[in-house]
Design a protein around this ligand. Structure first.
Ligand SMILES: Nc1ncnc2c1ncn2[C@@H]1O[C@H](COP(=O)(O)OP(=O)(O)OP(=O)(O)O)[C@@H](O)[C@H]1O
Ligand SMILES: [Mg+2]
Length: 274
């Protein structure tokens, strides 16, 4: 059933059976809806575990659109997205890839970690992301025009990718872009509570720990503690695990392998929680 996207939904913070829970941190939902309505592609940037994937799943459900997700990796080629001829029972048959399926059927195609994909992927994305909205399938000779409800959403994490792996300006400038950081403390607390059912003051304590770690200067961490890890930590606490174990398993160990860095994190957290 299509959702009424204009009307505010009741029980905004509660998960509904058909719409995955997502707490907006700003005006990102309106921007997404406007982009979709105007047939513009969207690039989501942000650190790991900040809610990019959840946001896309939430918006697809709100807009009543099918979601085709592709996790990109460094072996991903254009053919993996568009499709290929396969041998089936002695015959060669064309099998659509996920991008082609999304263009034929409509809906949202979400390319997660798009900078990981091989360079030839951008060749496919370019005609699809300018005003032509075309997907040429060289192998079948088809030229598919994206339907009005088709939207391409890509995400990447600008933090740990090296320069070689950033997107070319000619690719980036085909997308509207949204910078998604970690939610502000009050919102992040609400996310942790909603996701795990933990008491508000315990969630607040975890968010305070996270923000202290995020603010540490000169510590050798690739990424700071994510909202995802706070949800994990709260999940352990809700399952009755002791605080020190939860912090160790959900915050310290996932962040680093270096003994001195882990010791530094432990001391920082210990000073906060006592
Ligand atoms: N605004 C939010 N509303 C609801 N849940 C959130 C929000 N932000 C983060 N989360 C929680 O954080 C978890 C991780 O989010 P998600 O998987 O969307 O991160 P991501 O940005 O896609 O990370 P990655 O770059 O590693 O793929 C979610 O499963 C959810 O529990
Ligand atoms: Mg993700």
């Amino acid at each position: 059933m299509p959702h009424d996207v204009a009307a505010p939904r009741a029980g905004e913070t509660a998960a509904t059976p058909d719409v995955p829970y997502y707490l907006p941190t700003g005006t990102e939902r309106a921007l997404f809806e406007t982009a979709h309505k105007n047939r513009l592609p969207l690039l989501l940037k942000g650190p790991t575990g900040c809610g990019k994937t959840r946001f896309v799943a939430h918006m697809a459900a709100r807009l009543g659109l099918p979601l085709h997700t592709v996790s990109c990796h460094d072996d991903l080629t254009a053919a993996d997205l568009t499709g290929r001829y396969l041998l089936k029972g002695g015959e060669t048959v064309w099998v659509d890839g996920p991008l082609t399926r999304a263009v034929r059927e409509g809906g949202i195609c979400y390319l997660d970690e798009v900078v990981e994909a091989r360079k030839d992927v951008t060749v496919v994305l370019h005609p699809l992301t300018d005003d032509r909205r075309l997907l040429p399938l060289e192998r079948t000779g088809e030229l598919l025009e994206a339907p009005d409800n088709f939207m391409l959403v890509v995400s990447y994490n600008p933090g740990y990718q090296n320069v070689l792996k950033s997107l070319k300006p000619s690719t980036r400038q085909r997308f509207l872009a949204l910078d998604m950081g970690y939610p502000a403390p009050e919102q992040e607390t609400q996310v942790v509570v909603s996701e795990t059912g933990i008491e508000t003051d315990r969630a607040q304590m975890l968010v305070m720990v996270a923000n202290r770690i995020r603010g540490l200067q000169g510590v050798d961490l690739e990424e700071a503690v994510s909202t995802r890890l706070l949800v994990y930590c709260a999940t352990l606490l809700q399952a009755g695990r002791p605080l020190n174990e939860a912090v160790q398993a959900a915050i310290i160990e996932p962040l680093s392998d270096e003994a001195d860095v882990k010791q530094g994190l432990f001391e920082t957290i210990d000073a906060l929680l006592g």
